[in-house]
Design a protein around this ligand. Structure first.
Ligand SMILES: [Zn+2]
Length: 322
């Protein structure tokens, strides 16, 4: 199941579906495009709620754009482009193929994809005003995951672009990194950012689900990012991890609310992996996902790209995660 072929030069990657269970969609064929898909069609309610809260802070958007634009452009953009390998039809073509496929499914323009040498499994998205946004995936991520799981991670990153997480994610990540101090932002607002960021991750896990169309692919990726080892991949058990995730419900009456608000997770940019898996599991079995699948299984009109990517300055970083 695991594929470690990236570092060894073996290009025989295969997009594998989870062998233990068919797709949860109830549809025999994979959806190749969700016609007219908008971010709000799959946005997590906590993402919507926290975005509304952030928007009430007057002038914050404009101030942070001014502060963060030059930083993002000079440091992040150059650093990423100069130290990574750009994926294309003749460069790591299997990655290029799954990138194009995922963007097509989500009905968006195809961003650039770079592969960067790093021992930390990670992926993130960077969008600079007026430039084509790009995704960076680390070599450790590619070594750890199957190609289908890598596509789910890419779809998660596409979700950030699709949902216009741009400027808010930029602010939250800068605050999380601690590299830049924004004195205008109080502790209360900072906490709101971090809460929003965790909620935004749940939205983008749904984008991963929309592309993978098999909750076990997404959950397997989350499991491996939580505690996977390429050498022990054959022993990893998705069902056991799912049981672990479901057991969280028994630990507390309102687990989602608990971890999103609890002081222990206040400084985390990402929700706990087990909780993310539980949320994907729940959404994949719910009416919103099933309705999207059913609607797009019935009608397959010609492709009409509906890119919603704004040219805002945006740094979307997903530390040690998808
Ligand atoms: Zn993310």
């Amino acid at each position: 199941m695991a594929s470690r072929s990236f570092s060894s030069g073996n290009t025989a990657w295969r997009v594998q579906q989870s062998s233990s269970r068919p797709r949860s969609s109830g549809s025999p064929a994979r959806i190749t495009q969700y016609h007219g898909l908008e971010g709000d069609d799959f946005r997590h309610p906590l993402d919507q709620q926290n975005t509304r809260l952030l928007r009430v802070v007057p002038g914050l958007d404009m101030i942070t754009r001014g502060l963060l634009g030059p930083v993002a452009e000079q440091v992040l953009l150059l650093e990423n482009i100069a130290t990574s390998v750009l994926v294309g039809h003749d460069q790591l073509p299997s990655l290029h193929k799954i990138l194009k496929e995922a963007a097509g499914i989500l009905q968006m323009d195809v961003p650039d994809l770079y592969v960067r040498q790093s021992p930390v499994p990670n992926a993130y998205t960077l969008a600079i005003a007026g430039r084509k946004p790009f995704i960076v995936a680390t070599t450790a991520l590619l070594d750890l995951l199957t190609l289908a799981e890598v596509q789910a991670v890419i779809a998660h990153e596409l979700g950030h672009l699709k949902c216009d997480h741009g400027i808010w994610l930029t602010i939250a990540n800068v605050l999380a990194s601690g590299t830049i101090s924004l004195p205008i932002i109080s502790g209360v607002v900072e906490e709101s950012f971090m809460r929003w960021l965790r909620a935004a991750e749940l939205t983008c896990d749904r984008a991963a689900m929309l592309v993978a169309q098999d909750h076990k692919i997404v959950i397997s990726a989350l499991m491996k990012l939580a505690g996977g080892s390429p050498g022990l991949a054959s022993e990893l058990n998705i069902d056991a991890f799912l049981r672990q995730a479901r057991s969280y419900d028994e630990a507390t009456a309102s687990p989602l609310g608990w971890y999103l608000r609890n002081a222990q997770t206040r400084a985390l940019s990402h929700p706990l992996p087990v909780m993310r898996a539980r949320e994907v599991d729940r959404w994949a079995d719910g009416p919103q996902y099933k309705a999207l699948i059913a609607k797009n299984s019935m009608q397959r009109p010609p492709l009409s790209l509906n890119a919603k990517q704004k040219s805002s300055t945006a740094f979307m970083k997903d530390s040690s995660s998808s």
